[in-house]
Design a protein around this ligand. Sequence first.
Ligand SMILES: NC(=O)CC[C@H](N)C(=O)O
Length: 382
Amino acid sequence: MATKPTACLALADGTVFYGQGFGATGEVVAELVFNTAMTGYQEIMTDPSYASQVVTFTFPHIGNTGITPEDDEAADPVASGIVVRWDPTQPSNWRAAGDLADWMARRGRIGIGGVDTRRLTRAIRQQGAPHVVLAHDPEGNFDLEAMIARARDWQGLVGLDLAKEVSCAQSYRWQEGAWEWGKGFGASAEDRPFRVVALDYGAKRNILRSLVSFGADVTVLPATATAEEVLAHEPEGVFLSNGPGDPAATGEYAVPMIRELLDRDLPIFGICLGHQMLALALGAKTVKMGHGHHGANHPVRDEETGKVEITSMNHGFAVDSQSLPQDVIETHVSLFDGSNCGLRVRDKPVFSVQYHPEAAPGPQDSLYLFRRFADSMRSRRA
Ligand SMILES: NC(=O)CC[C@H](N)C(=O)O
């Protein structure tokens, strides 16, 4: 006799997937996205950009390397839940300090295993990222009608401001890095560290580490910090982090703050949500994508050199390149769908990318962007 399902995933259109639950019990409503990375499930789940999203992995073996505290991109998993092909197995990795399902149970995150993730991914590709309810009940009792209605009635990510929710409450100094790593890419040990203010809209730790590696002394400020508060730190450069939710929903605080900073002659570097908010501050528009880009193998062309980078991506909104003003140059383009992946302001040390140069997980082709930020601070000093 088949095992009774203990978890179920209901899509707003009424499609239901059953499987075996693991991790926490309960129910969440979220947007469902697929991620194609073959490694790095822990970094993905702890990336604050995944707030209010359930991630289905196209790679079938999730959990097999366990949980390693050094791989956390935030203190806790932020993705609402995960969908996997195979039930997680016992971890087998010398670095592992714990087990994925236990970790999820302790941190309140729901998993469902045994799902036909190919079929689910095809559905997402066809209809766009659906609203879903994911439920785990060891007794296997599910009120499907209520779940489908809840998914259908959920407002979704458009217009949702989540950056404020996941940001730090107070400012702090980030000191961990890998100086040697930066050195290999051109940071100079003789440089006095560059004073960098990093705005935390849901920053991944490996971004902060990468900034330090390339010579920054990083002070992290909360998402709602004003331009005055930023400038009080006398930054030599300002960094705008990644983060969850709709970039346009930060129009009350982040966008006007960035606009004020643009009037100063300051190097500014943005990643992902930071890129989108910088574009809004410059007068461009952002749009919601069909199913977005979530993976670790996305090809991007540098429009200024013709070089192709393989990048790590995680975004569901994008900058509309048609809306970029005259003084803004489109620097990078996705080779999957031609969408905007980078910009810079003509004659100013202000630039940003849609993808994740800090990897974690993913290839390190784009680390040069951290060096570029350090170089612009070095030139300003000179
Ligand atoms: N990784 C990110 O910063 C994501 C940015 C934004 N929340 C998006 O989905 O497009």
